[in-house]
Structures are given as C-alpha cells and as structure tokens.
Design a binder for this molecule. Sequence first.
Ligand code: C2E
Ligand code: CA
Ligand code: CA
Length: 638
Amino acid sequence: MGQQLYFDNYNPTGDVIVVAICIVMLILVSVSYVTKTKNFSIFITMIAYLVFAAMADYAHHEWFTYISDGNYSPVYAIRIVYHALLFSLLLLYVFYIIEMQHLEISKRIPVMFISTAVYAAVIIVDIVSTLNGSSFRLNKNGTAVSGLNVFLVGYIAFIVIIVFLMVVFRDRIYKKAMFGFYGTMLVSFLILFYQGRYGQSSYTVASFLFPVIAMMYLVHSTPYDVELGTINVMAIKDMVRYNYEKKRELLYMSLYMPDFDSEGKLIPEALQKTIRIFAAEYFKKSVLFQISNGHVILFAPKKSNPDYENRLNKILNAFHDEYEKFKFDYKVVIGETIDEISRKNEYLSFIENIYRHMELNEVHIVDKDDVTIFNKYAYIFEQLEDIYKKHDLRDERVLAYCQPVFNISNQRYDTAEALMRLKLPEIGMVFPDQFIPIAEEHGFIHVLTEIILQKTCDEIKRLIEDGYGVKRISINVSVLELRNAGFTKDIEKIIESSRIPDSKIAIEITESRSDSDFIAMKTMIEELKDKGIKFYLDDFGTGYSNMERIMELPFDIIKFDRSLVIACDTDEKSEKMVGGLANMFSELNYKILYEGVENELDEKRCINMSASYLQGYKYSKPIPIIELNRFFSKTASN
Ligand code: C2E
Ligand code: CA
Ligand code: CA
C-alpha cells in the first residue's frame, strides 16, 4: 500500500526563500504606512506562521539525516507541527476573508465553526494516523510510504471553504481585489501541482506565500508620494481609528497654503524638500498626509515625542525662516487628538472648519472652543443635508424672515426683503453668517432658496387675499446657484404653482468676479426679466465694483451697502462720492435703495442722495414674514 518515494527528495531553497520574502515584507511594513484594519494582525500572524512553517519543514527533513537508530519519532512530531502550522495559515486565511467581506455575525459564526472543526479534525486525524502507522511512514532505507494523505484531505477541505466564501459572497469585495486573490491562489495551485508531478516536497510552504503577498499589496499598502514624502489622505481615518482603539494620543500639525489650491500650482521643489525634511526631522514616527495641492497634515504619536512642545517651537521658528524665503501665505493649525473628534474620526473637517475662522499667516493652537464650534458646525451641516435630501418646500426648519422697505415716493411700506433663518431642534435659531457659507460650499443653497421662495409666495398670496398692497418681495439668490442650468425653471415653477403674478417677486444678487458666472447671470436675468421679475444688485460698494459689467446687466434697483451709509457719516468726501454715484445711477434710470439706515441722520442723508427706497433698523429689524401685515397698508397698490 502507498507509493514509494524518497523522503529526502527535498532541498531547503523553497523554505529559505519563504523566510527571506517574509523578512522583506516585514521590512516594507515597518518603513511604509500600512492600513491597520482589524485584518492587519491576522496578516502579521500569517507572516509569522509562514516563517515557522518553513523552519519546521526544514527541521524535520534535516533531522531525518541524523537518525541512525530507526526511531523516527522526532521527525513525525515536527512533521505534525509543520502540518498544524500550514492548517493554521489556511484557517487564518478563512478568517481574513470573512473580515474582509464584513460578514454579519449570523453568517460568520457557522463558517468559523465549520472551519475550526475541520482544523481540529485534520490535526487529530494526523496525530492518530501517524501513531497507528496508517498514514505517512518512513522505512529504514529512507523511503517514505504515504498511506492516508491527511494533509491533502485537509487542504482540499479548506480550499472548498475558501472558494465557497469567495463565490457566495463575491459582491462583498471590490471586484478587482477579488481577482487579485483568485490569481494568487491559482499560482499556489500551480506550484503544488508541478511539485507533485516531479515528486518534490520543497515548495509547499512557498505556495502559501502568494495570498499573503496579495494581502500586503492589495489591502494594507499605502504608497508614498516620493517628492513630498506624504501619503494619501484616505489613510488618515485608518490611522486615527487604530490609534484611538489603542488609546494612543497623537499630535498633528496642519499646513495650508491657499495659493497652491486656488491656482492649481504645484509646491515648488525647494519648498517640497523643506516640508519633507521638516516632517522627518522634527517628530519621531511622524506621518505626513497630503490633503490637496496646498494642504498637508503631519501626525505623530505623542508618546514617541515627549518633548514635543520644544520641538513645536523649533519647527515654528524654522518655519518662519522658511517663510521669509518663500513668502507664500499660510495657515497653521496645531493640536493633539481629542477623544470626541477621534471617535467620529473627523479631523479633516475639524481642521478645515478651524481654517474657515482663521486669518492668513497665523498659527492656531487648537482648544476646547474649537471643538464646540465644530460640533455646532457638524450639527448644522447634518441638518442642512437632511433639508436638502427631504426637499420639502415647506420645511419647518427654514424660516422666512423679512425686513419691510420704505418707499419714499408714496411714503409707504410696499416692498420687503426676505431673509433666511434656520430654527434647528437642538440649537434653536441660526443666523445666515453661520449657515449660508456651509450651504454654499456643499451645494445645499439652492434648496434653501426654493424654500424661502415658496414661503415668500405663500405670504404674498395671503397678503393679497387679505387686501394688502404688495408691490413685491425680494429674495436673495447665491451666485453659485446660477451654475445649475435648471435654476430659472425651478423659480418659475414655484411662482406659477403659487398662483401669484411673477412681478411680485424680485431677486437680489451680488456681483461676481468670474467670467463664466457673469455669463450665467446675464442669461438668467434676461430669461426671468421677460416674465416680469425685477432684479436688485445687492451689496453695492463692498469690495469689487465693475461699472462696465453692472451696466451690462439689466438691474432695476441698486442696493447701496450699509458701509456706504456709514462712510457718509465719517467724512464729507465720502458723502460727495456716494452722492455722486447715486446721482449717476438714478440718471441712468436705476432706482437706489439704501441698506442699513439706522437713525434719522442716516435717513436724511440718504434722501438727499437720490434714494427711492430705505431699509434698516430705523424702520424695522427683520421680523417673521407673517408679521409683514403690520407694515403694509390696505390701500391697493396691486
Ligand atoms: P444682505 O442681503 O445684505 O441682508 C441684509 C442684512 O443686513 C440682514 O442680515 C439684515 O438683518 C441686516 N440689516 C438690516 N438692517 C440693518 C441695519 O440697520 N443695520 C445693520 N447693522 N444691519 C442691518 P442677515 O439677515 O443676518 O443676513 C445676512 C446676509 O445673509 C444677507 O445680507 C444675505 O447675504 C445672506 N442671506 C440672508 N438670507 C438669505 C437667503 O435667503 N438666501 C441667501 N442666498 N442669502 C441670504
Ligand atoms: Ca440682500
Ligand atoms: Ca445687502
């Protein structure tokens, strides 16, 4: 019974190569940034088992050559250990796949149970059959009788489990990674197949190596950007989570240089080098992440850098020296990990939120207030996202307030400006400066405009029905919204379905520097103006005012910003200039509206400067739109 083969048809090359490759993998893992998912420890254990298996393989063949008394017990014993290590590798491979597929507990438990049972069974059978001589045996002359091939049976059982998992739950793994695992398994089979064909036994452990290489390459590796020494932003979350679980505190230092983001320039080579050296020299075990062209963040374990405060000062001094050389604007944020943020794993948006409140060329040390502000920001964001998703035009969280506008020609209030507020369950009233920028940045602004327009139309309808004279109410529209081709249609649809005349709605919009926005704005205004909607140029006098462009757009009313009203209060020259501008506009048939009229003096001055409309605290603070009837009168100006 059994086939005769020479037991020492073995040479150690295969096992030596396995140990060498394992060492190479360990070196690479220790010098690179590795993704430490739960599977990472399985991966490292598998490398260790590969080394032990190769050693056991080598040991039991080697031992054999020293045995002269025919007692092969030590060889049998090490051989069983060797098999056990190989089966452990297969078992770990099963666990690795289960974890990678994120199997639910209910599916995970039977698979783990079956594979552990197979594992225990083959090891027991291996021991028993070796003891009673029914499997592998060695003759005195060094030939082996294979008998019952327990290893082959166990191996096939595990392959069945693995293939079952990879086929049944195939859509749980990204397809290309899946093919990576299939491919490397195929290479393993081919090696075993050829080894069997040539009666060899040197490459068994080597055939177990390939799936582990696939794990390293496909799952755990995160390559460096060689120029900057940075790694990809995606790895931040993984690193934060891993350190949070291990209760290890981290330090971080974030450098943002807006020039490189807005203009898409790359950081010059000399500066790249400086950043790379900074990261390596000042902090031990630091990792540098590239967030965007102009944004890098350095993370380092606090424990490895006990004198970090000293180092921070040094790095900042060095940074200032570099700044003198390069003169690029910057914002620096420095902090330590905080449980609250680590738990949510949101350092990126946390840091970005700090930048939003920060001046250029400042260094900011993170404190408790930043967390409070961020939590509020995160909550507002979440609510805005929900409002956006629900797309309910009468969403109760969006409030329409408004400010009545005084019409000088008839000495009445017959127009108003709608102003938005949010009323959120946990924090109550939120003002525009706190949510408009967030809504604009994340594309939620248009839905908010639609809601305000809907509520404004509802109120106009009610006022008209109650017999009030309403000339029109203006809503604010963000320039960003005009980039969406459906803008005019959305506006028309809401006005139409509300059954009020189009002329009861006006749109306020600010100037934009961008050429493409200007073209979009022109098209939009022309389209809606045909329907009878009026247009206001908002915030005239703040920053940039391109007269040529303003003239090219058919605005009806120019809203002089409050800063111009204030300027008139401070010196005569400004008053002459503002008055001159207003005069010029009114000669060109624009109407002038002054914003921020707070007292009688303001009012008088504005009236003397070609005002048609006045708006400000002198007349009313913004009020809920439903209270507008307190200002409007019942005589028809409809
Ligand atoms: P804005 O369009 O220039 O609105 C006028 C702002 O000036 C309002 O602030 C108003 O409360 C305030 N204001 C009115 N009278 C006076 C005054 O006499 N003195 C002073 N100091 N301030 C006065 P609010 O409501 O906080 O809105 C701020 C900005 O938020 C608005 O500036 C507008 O740019 C934006 N915003 C408000 N509602 C909306 C909206 O529905 N959509 C969009 N896209 N933006 C909106
Ligand atoms: Ca406005
Ligand atoms: Ca304004």
